[in-house]
Design a protein around this ligand. Structure first.
Ligand code: ADP
Length: 438
């Protein structure tokens, strides 16, 4: 796309204000319009990945088709402005949205999924869009506000990879996103990038629905042998480490490639191949998490992201929820001087099958971050830590932890960190004085 002249030629285009370099100014009536439009959509899901090519758009499109097959009213908003692939995946490549500048009709795919995408505005398949951040924000806002979505059960937003302007705009524009779905392949290069997406979601208080490991092994159609082309289990262990739910694996499936290329995901899902079976299982889990509402209140990860009250040392947080607890350690013992510790040992506390009993397990040992205000919130975001048990800690440090939503307990004795965490979890830890308040 060359410029605003080209944009005018499309049947429906981002408006002139946006094209002129907009948007950023919030007009109250526009916000009201946007919120009114979104109030007709029950569930909003943002699909993210750290890297391109991991199957994020395919998962977004597949989930939409699966939902439609289950009778849900569903639409996809493709905010991958530079590389929109949803029209291709849903079999509407080459079609154009219709409408006026105030009202845009989405294109409905053969599977019954409404779609808005830059790919449905561009004149030609090979056109490129060269836009800066503010322009993208304006267009995404316009897509959300001016498209006639109608009454929907689900809006799935397919974002470009990474943590750039597009997912940021969506997180800012849509109030009450049900959560982010994170797609990764098993390799470390991909899981590492997804960690950043998790940090991004946490910073924006975006609940995390979970991680999907795509392209997880290949089952040979002739002999049935599973070959781990890109490895396997990387997504699951990263999710565990980051304290976010894991939703399952989808293998490499040549049928899926064909279905994506031909815009025929519906027949693929009905075909019963290993990929289709796995996909349907993962989709069912996503739907269950959203529709049963089982996730948000009961698990540490989402409660934590929602900014659970710091220092809320309630019995239920001790006994019933998964936690990630960091203990400053020196010489193998809890460090009396928080600011001078050698390392932080991070424990994951899991509920056991008995229910209330919890077990502390070391999941990470980190060198102490430099003694520098402001580093701790980032540290928390990266590591998913939501509590620190320390001997002594200065009031400023306590304040910074508290601002980051990290619960702090001070006055623990200089003994074995695991025993300390375990007794905290058992509700028997007796804290003494904050012995290092400087
Ligand atoms: P992204 O949105 O992450 O850039 P895409 O969804 O465009 O990735 O997928 C990239 C390519 O990988 C596409 O050709 C798609 O058909 C293929 N693909 C995605 N998931 C699978 C899978 N499970 N098995 C085989 N191919 C897949």
């Amino acid at each position: 796309m060359g410029g605003s002249d080209d944009r005018k030629k499309a049947k429906a285009t981002p408006d002139a204000a946006v094209a002129a370099g907009g948007p950023a100014k919030h007009k109250p009536d526009e916000d009201e319009q946007l919120n009114r439009k979104l109030s007709h959509i029950k569930h909003k899901i943002l699909v993210l990945s750290g890297k391109g090519g991991v199957g994020k758009s395919s998962v977004a499109a597949g989930l939409a088709v699966d939902l439609a097959k289950r009778g849900r009213r569903v639409a996809v908003l493709d905010i991958d402005i530079h590389g929109p692939s949803i029209p291709q995946l849903l079999g509407i490549q080459g079609e154009r949205v219709t409408g006026t500048n105030e009202s845009i009709q989405p294109v409905v795919s053969p599977a019954g999924v409404g779609v808005m995408s830059m790919g449905l505005l561009l004149q030609g398949q090979d056109e490129a869009v060269i836009w800066r951040g503010p322009l993208k924000y304006g267009v995404i806002k316009q897509f959300l506000r001016d498209v006639e979505w109608g009454e929907l059960d689900y809006l799935i937003v397919d974002s470009p990879p990474g943590t750039g302007d597009e997912p940021l705009s969506v997180a800012q524009l849509i109030k009450g996103v049900d959560g982010a779905l994170l797609v990764t392949t098993p390799q470390t290069v991909s899981t590492n990038d997804v960690r950043r997406s998790i940090g991004f979601s946490r910073q924006l208080d975006l609940p995390i629905l979970g991680v999907i490991e795509n392209m997880s092994g290949f089952v040979c159609p002739s002999c049935g042998t599973k070959v781990d082309v890109f490895g396997s289990g990387g997504g699951a262990s990263m999710a565990e480490e980051m304290g976010v739910p894991f939703l399952g694996t989808i293998p490499i499936d040549p049928e899926f490639v064909r279905a994506c290329d031909e815009g025929a995901i519906g027949p693929f899902l009905a075909g019963g191949s290993p990929g289709a079976t796995a996909f349907t299982k993962v989709a069912a889990k996503v739907i269950d998490r959203i529709e049963s509402g089982s996730d948000k209140e009961t698990e540490l990860t989402t409660a934590d992201q929602a900014g659970a009250a710091p220092n809320a040392d309630s019995a239920d947080t001790r006994a019933g929820k998964r936690r990630r607890i960091a203990v400053p350690v020196t010489g193998g013992k809890l460090s009396a001087h928080f600011g001078h510790c050698e390392e932080f040992v991070i424990f994951s506390a899991k509920e056991t099958s008995e229910g209330t009993a919890v077990e502390a397990e070391v999941v990470d040992v980190l060198g102490a971050p430099p003694h520098q205000p402001g580093l701790l919130p980032a540290w928390r975001n990266e590591r998913g830590v939501n509590m620190v048990i320390a001997g002594g800690m200065g009031s400023r440090a306590q304040e910074l932890f508290s601002q980051a939503g990290i619960e702090v307990m001070v006055g623990a004795a200089s003994t074995d960190p695991k025993e300390i965490v375990q007794s905290y979890l058992d509700g028997t830890l007796v804290a003494g004085q904050n012995i290092c308040d400087h």
